[in-house]
Design a protein around this ligand. Structure first.
Ligand code: NDP
Length: 294
């Protein structure tokens, strides 16, 4: 059984006192951890010093201070740069810097060569959600299961934790897949607001309609997952592709009538049309996934 009291008190080091790094430091300080922090621009760590953190003069000194080292820097290159002169032997390095799956895997190999265990993380939260129980924020972790198990109590302090596998690329992959889906949603919302823009419809009256419609439609991900698992995109189809493609002409004509560019819509509609042209008109939209594989 994990001793959460002990876990809550283990010393740790945070590299990076940017918006996210500072929020992490504050959450761990509030939970009673001794925290050593390093930031490339020292002045940015001043406020954290007054709140109880120990500020290290260099990344190497910060790494030497604790076995558990959290990096939360701008990008993967800055992690390599910051840790270039540090001795990582015997350290547990948790990288909460956003990167690609390949960067996560390469960074894991890099850490192993330097004698460190490695866990990559993808933060699904913005700074105000850190250290705020109930905010819904969480972090995807992947890489060393031993590191995760040993430090799960401390890692759970700033946000929820989801371990998604021993492949160190999986945290970044889950993170980026969700962010990519989010941008598709943002694109749809931008188009919808542009459509009502010229009319006497208040955006604040329209927003709740968007929220409830997108919420209801997002449940279709479960059916898509079933279809992708079985390979049968014709299973339980409610609105088939042929019907949807025929209906898309109305979407495009409405955009034209409202003086709105269809540029956010047309790439997806074109893929649906291709599936219909290839003989999949009776299926669901799920088959579009196949067209995206390069
Ligand atoms: P900030 O821009 O606020 O901070 C960036 C940090 O990286 C600073 O500490 C900066 O130091 C440091 N840095 C940049 N380049 C280097 C370098 N070459 N060597 C050493 N340190 C460097 O970003 P955030 O704190 O918001 O983001 C940190 C990470 O967290 C990013 O990977 C981001 O994608 C991720 N994240 C952020 C979220 C957010 O909403 N903020 C949400 C989810 C993930 P200096 O002060 O000297 O410039």
């Amino acid at each position: 059984m994990t001793d959460t009291t002990t876990a809550a008190r283990i010393p740790l080091t945070v590299l990076g006192a940017g918006a996210m790094g500072a929020a992490l430091v504050r959450a761990w300080l509030a939970a009673g951890h001794p925290v050593t922090v390093w930031n490339r621009t020292p002045a940015r760590a001043d406020a954290l010093a007054t709140e109880g953190a120990t500020v290290a003069a260099s990344a190497a000194e910060a790494v030497a201070a604790s076995r558990l080292v959290i990096a939360c820097l701008l990008d993967d290159a800055s992690v390599g740069e910051a840790l270039g002169g540090a001795d990582l032997t015997g350290r547990d390095l948790v990288n909460l810097t956003t990167g690609t799956p390949a960067e996560g895997r390469a960074r894991a190999a890099w850490a192993a060569e330097r004698g460190a265990r490695f866990l990559d993380g993808g933060v699904m939260a913005v700074p105000p959600m850190i250290g705020a129980p109930g905010s819904g924020g969480y972090v995807f972790y992947s890489g060393s299961a031993e590191l995760f198990d040993e430090h799960r109590g401390a890692l759970a302090v700033p946000a929820g934790t989801r371990f998604v596998g021993t492949d160190p690329g999986f945290a970044a992959l889950h993170d980026v897949a969700l962010l990519s889906a989010m941008y598709g949603m943002f694109a749809g919302m931008a188009h919808a607001f542009a459509l009502i823009g010229p009319e006497d419809i208040a955006p604040k009256d329209f927003a709740p309609l968007l929220v409830s419609w997108l919420g209801a439609m997002s449940g279709s991900a479960h059916k898509a997952a079933d279809q992708l698992t079985s390979g049968d995109y014709g299973k339980d189809v409610v609105s088939n592709l042929a019907m949807q493609v025929a209906g898309s002409a109305t979407l495009l004509r409405t955009a034209e009538e409202q003086g709105v560019s269809p540029e956010l819509l047309t790439p997806y509609l074109a893929l649906m049309e291709r599936r219909v042209a290839e003989g999949h008109g009776a299926e669901d939209t799920t088959g579009v996934v196949e067209l995206l594989a390069l």
